[in-house]
Design a protein around this ligand. Structure first.
Ligand code: ZN
Length: 188
């Protein structure tokens, strides 16, 4: 089962803090391999384990950093540090975020420009990555997933209410809704 169905907002696993990974076994390796495939097929720039229905503290990412270097990896049991989040309204052009668990929708949200994520890889080697800009945004978005928070739950008004309406209109916000990358096209 390389490409796994992606959970849609309303699925309980998305809305509860995920558990620390304590067992580093073949099942975890398979989960991570499947998460990379699922993220690539979606396509997405990041994917948390909760988005494939697994309540474990794992996320994968694939995005160029601010120097345009391709960055791709997995972080297990991440800890996140962030810089200050600027006051004011989120910008429709430069701060428009999306989420594979709210597919096809985008809303603007403020994030810190700087983030540092620390954790371990599949071999329990420590990892620590500093990021700025969109790369930092991805870390914040994926870390939130592992805390049981979706970006649509954190929006400022009027976007919070707009997102709520869209989710209701599309019949989401209830359990057991998923979509399968490569099969379902929910972007349209
Ligand atoms: Zn997301």
């Amino acid at each position: 089962m390389p490409i796994r169905p992606i959970t849609i907002t309303g699925e309980p696993v998305l809305h509860h803090p995920a558990e620390e990974v304590t067992v580093f076994d073949d099942e975890l390796r398979q989960l991570v391999a499947d998460m990379f495939e699922t993220m690539d097929e979606a396509p997405g720039v990041g994917l948390a384990a909760t988005q494939v229905g697994v309540g474990k503290r794992v996320f994968v990412y694939d995005y160029p950093d601010d120097d345009d270097n391709e960055r791709r990896g997995v972080i297990i049991n991440p800890v996140l540090e962030i810089g200050p989040i600027e006051e004011g309204e989120a910008d429709w052009d430069t701060e428009l975020e999306g989420c594979l668990s709210v597919p096809g929708e985008r809303f603007p949200i403020k994030r810190a420009d700087w983030a540092k994520v620390s954790g371990v890889d599949l071999d329990k080697n420590p990892i620590s990555i500093e990021a700025t800009g969109w790369f930092a945004r991805i870390f914040q978005h994926e870390f939130d997933h592992l805390e049981g928070k979706l970006y649509v739950n954190k929006l400022a008004e009027p976007h919070f209410t707009a997102a709520k309406s869209v989710i209701a209109e599309r019949g989401w916000g209830v359990p057991n809704k998923t979509w399968l990358p490569g099969v379902d096209n929910l972007e349209d």
